[in-house]
Design a protein around this ligand. Structure first.
Ligand SMILES: [Zn+2]
Ligand SMILES: [Zn+2]
Length: 251
């Protein structure tokens, strides 16, 4: 399934979904399977990273022909907001009040409840239609950094190594394992930090630090899609982790 995470409050039976993918119906079903309540979980909000289809196209399911939701807050950066406002069918979600856009800004903290806050931050990526952000999610016990798409670590104005030091879990762009993955395509046109480059960058971290790093967002060509591949085994042997579908992290 396409990469998405959710923050789930089991007491209030609410959730906040970060990136609404084309797999959204199945992913919402997965969330309902892990909640304590037998009632459907309430979607208290949606956070979007950027306007590439895998990250927002599932919004269509909120529309009046499908779920017909009522003013779900959708947290989006200014260009992302304009994109949704000015392009159908997304604009119809706004005019029909299925969603309500809340503008967010680089490094502005959004407190989603008493215990948890979410902070968006800009990352370099192919920004044809919108900015691209990652999110830092901070709970009472743990913080998670979520970066599904970024061009290259060295193009970012932050140092990913210090982010590893200062967060508890990092869910990081692992789109392609290496530069040979798409024969016949110029991979410099679709830059991502290759997983083998990231492993090299992180190689001197302690095992405890490496253990925080979970790769996500695999292209269908990525050998990390198969847990028995040589590449998956190498990555685990080096002390890194692969995020799993349905994985739960306590905040
Ligand atoms: Zn993207
Ligand atoms: Zn993506």
């Amino acid at each position: 399934m396409v990469t998405s995470i959710a923050i789930v409050d089991n007491v209030e039976n609410e959730c906040w979904i970060i990136d609404v993918t084309p797999d959204f119906p199945k992913q919402l079903h997965l969330i309902n399977e892990i909640t304590n309540s037998s009632k459907p979980v309430k979607i208290a909000g949606v956070f979007l990273t950027h306007a590439h289809i895998g990250h927002y196209a599932g919004l269509i399911h909120l529309g009046h022909e499908v779920m017909g939701t009522n003013n779900i807050p959708v947290y989006a950066m200014p260009r992302m907001k304009n994109f949704l406002n000015n392009n159908g069918p997304w604009s119809q979600l706004i005019t029909k009040k299925n969603i309500q856009i809340e503008t967010i800004l680089h490094e502005s903290r959004i407190k989603i409840n008493d215990q948890i806050s979410v902070v968006p931050f800009l990352v370099p990526h192919r920004d044809e239609f919108s900015e691209t952000v990652g999110y830092k999610i901070k709970g009472p016990n743990n913080s998670i950094m979520f970066i599904p798409d970024i061009d290259k670590w060295n193009m970012w104005d932050k140092n990913i190594i210090s982010e590893v030091n200062s967060n508890d879990y990092l869910l990081l762009d692992g789109t392609f394992f290496d530069g040979n993955e798409l024969p016949g395509r110029d991979m410099s046109q679709i830059p991502h930090p290759f997983v083998n480059e990231s492993m090299e960058l992180f190689k001197d971290l302690s095992l405890a630090e490496k253990d925080k790093i979970h790769f996500i967002h695999f292209n269908h060509t990525n050998p990390l899609n198969w847990s028995t591949s040589i590449e998956s085994n190498l990555l685990i042997k080096e002390g890194f982790s692969l995020a799993k579908q349905g994985q739960i992290i306590i905040l």
